[in-house]
Ligand binder design. Structure first.
Ligand code: CA
Length: 232
């Protein structure tokens, strides 16, 4: 396996260079960009295995870049970690809801950055049904195809957001097993910060709403978490 390619968009030269240097020295191929324009040009040439996006940037900001990555089939599944000085819980949730996979608040240590990058890349591989050669599920009227990224309830197509889809996929892959909120959080959001479990509840709520007649498949296990299938 070749070196994983990682792009970082960061206008602060010191941070950018340090991150590129660190990643290069931990077995990755890293390239730094000071703005969204340069980054987009590079992505058109080659889609990286992971992107690190600063939020506050001159010109296009990191969240706008993220949104456009998610809107493009070539990059919609690319793991993205947001880097930002704004560290409030609100901003974290905002980042996730716009489709970021992880969030790292500045100032961060290089060891932590590398650990998070490795974790995110590992999760991206684990959660990729295509690479596992599996990903077709049929359960009580619910049909999910991970390779085609499609969901149907009694034959009627349902549109899910990426996170809702990942959440559903994670539950299906662990059919009959109770998944704790923390575990879902770290599998789907690759985020192990405690106290953000409400994010899981919110997404379960919208997911159930969209699954309509199949909403009952997702069972709440009081005080523990959620599971799909496997009886009551
Ligand atoms: Ca910045």
């Amino acid at each position: 396996m070749g070196k994983k390619l990682i792009y970082i968009v960061e206008d602060e030269e010191n941070i950018r260079e340090l991150v590129v240097y660190t990643l290069q020295n931990t077995g990755f191929d890293a390239r730094g960009f000071s703005n969204g324009l340069e980054f987009r040009a590079a992505v058109l040439e080659k889609v990286p295995g992971l992107a690190l996006l600063d939020i506050m940037l001159p010109g296009e900001d990191g969240l706008t870049i993220l949104k456009s990555l998610r809107g493009d089939p070539a990059t919609e599944k690319m793991p993205v970690m947001m880097l930002t000085a704004r560290g409030t819980e609100y901003d974290k949730v905002l980042g996730f809801d716009k489709g970021a996979d992880d969030y790292l608040a500045k100032p961060f240590g290089m060891m932590e950055l590398v650990a998070r990058v490795k974790n995110l890349l590992r999760r991206a591989e684990e959660c990729s049904g295509v690479e596992r050669g599996a990903g077709e599920y049929n359960l009580g009227g619910l049909s999910v195809s991970v390779p085609r990224h499609s969901v149907a309830v009694f034959g009627e197509p349902v549109t899910l957001t990426l996170k809702e889809f990942d959440l559903l996929e994670c539950l299906l892959k662990n059919e009959g097993i109770v998944m704790t909120r923390d575990r879902l959080l770290s599998s789907v959001w690759s985020y192990d910060f405690e106290g953000e479990t409400r994010t899981v509840d919110t997404h379960i709520l919208t997911l159930r709403g969209k699954l309509g007649r199949c909403s009952g498949l997702i069972q709440t296990v009081r005080g523990v978490g959620y599971k799909i299938g496997g009886g009551k």
